[in-house]
Write a protein that binds this ligand. Structure first.
Ligand code: MG
Length: 376
């Protein structure tokens, strides 16, 4: 149950805040935290917010914002759409050949995902409904886990997030066998035997390395092992690995089509499916993939490591899809998480409490954000 939308303006802004300390993954280090924020304004003056993935490459945020302003917005502004999902579908259709010609499927998919999210937020606000209700669900509590935990003294970060109410934690691995195992031991000791612990290798290993590491990690009782292999590894190899390791595998943040997700879900290789709503598909695509995953007996856990707007859209997606998954929440300090999502949800019993406010339920604090805005 959503309202029609008629975008009169679509604008994108870039923000960057320092990352102190930097955020480290197996493939690179984030020295600042960027966000591309999309604002869609309806012909009747209502508005909606979206966000576009831009963590990598480091200079990519400005490019994605310009794609919105110069390429995508002119294709749909001034037109009326009966349903918010029609906007992303129209943008995909109208840019299909251009995407092939410039060979940029990722940046276009990410920019369209952000516009789709803003269109959904707008439609839900116009209907006076929380996004989860507009999607057919309800704004129930959403279990969260603390993510992006660096390999440098991870137990200290875990301790701080326990104090904030987190009950599940995901460590970055892929920094060498001894260090990874020592870090997992320190994490398990810190969080106790019953808290959920996951590991994210960010595509660091060969199949042999992954199998050996997974065996070595068995004593830590991981809820899942994420992206042990490169994301473009054939599904047969993923399936072979899944059959010989003691924990479920997780992936999805680097998948980019309904067909690719369908094949991954059907393969049986992944216990956990992790689409990122600002990286591919938007709210429309991730709702469908999440439902497909749960219907097939997998767990849907939205991937997210960006600002507060996309985080809230992901929370409403998980509240709608359900199925026992957890929402990824960045454990690192990032002013763009809280300043873009005011009021930021409180954590109760290890879960975000979502309110009844319309749309994603938050507004960016534009005055406080202004010092971090990058001129385009
Ligand atoms: Mg990951």
């Amino acid at each position: 149950m959503v309202a029609p939308v008629a975008p009169a303006r679509i604008e994108a802004a870039v923000y960057r805040v320092p990352a102190d300390p930097p955020v480290r993954t197996a493939f690179g280090t984030m020295r600042d935290r960027p966000a591309v924020v999309v604002r869609v304004e309806d012909a009747d003056g209502a508005h909606g917010w979206g966000e576009i993935f831009c963590n990598w490459p480091p200079p990519g945020a400005e490019h994605r914002a310009r794609l919105v302003a110069e390429v995508l917005a002119p294709l749909v502004v001034g037109r009326a759409f009966g349903h918010p999902a029609e906007i992303g579908a129209e943008l995909e259709r109208r840019t299909r050949i251009l995407v092939l010609q410039c060979d940029e499927p990722g940046p276009f998919a990410q920019a369209i995902a952000g516009i789709d999210g803003a269109a959904w937020d707008l439609a839900a606000r116009k209907a006076g409904l929380p996004l989860a209700a507009a999607l057919g669900g309800a704004p129930r509590p959403v279990p969260v886990y603390a993510s992006g935990i660096n390999p440098d003294r991870p137990e200290a970060m875990a301790r701080a997030r326990i104090a904030d109410g987190y009950r599940a934690f995901k460590l970055k691995v892929g920094f060498g066998r001894e260090r990874d195992l020592a870090n997992l031991a320190a994490m398990r000791a810190e969080i106790g035997g019953t808290a959920r612990l996951m590991a994210d290798a960010n595509q660091a290993w060969s199949a042999e390395e992954a199998a050996a590491m997974a065996d070595a990690m068995a004593p830590f009782a991981l809820t899942w092992l994420e992206e042990p292999l490169a994301a473009d590894t054939p599904l047969d190899a993923w399936r072979s690995l899944a059959a010989r390791v003691p924990m479920p595998l997780a992936a999805g943040e680097n998948m980019r089509s309904r067909r690719e997700f369908a094949a991954a879900i059907a393969s049986g290789a992944f216990g956990v499916i992790q689409p990122d709503a600002i990286k591919w598909g938007g709210v429309t695509g991730c709702l469908a993939v999440g439902r497909d995953a749960v219907a097939a007996g997998r767990t849907y856990c939205p991937h997210f490591l960006s600002g507060g707007i996309g985080l809230m859209a992901s929370a409403h997606l998980l509240a709608t899809v359900g199925g026992g998954g957890m929402l990824e929440v960045d454990a690192n300090v990032n002013a763009l998480r809280t300043l873009l999502a005011d009021p930021f949800p409180v954590i109760h019993d290890g879960a975000f409490v979502l309110g009844e406010a319309p749309g994603i339920g938050v507004e960016p604090d534009l005055a406080a954000l202004e010092r971090w805005r990058v001129p385009l």
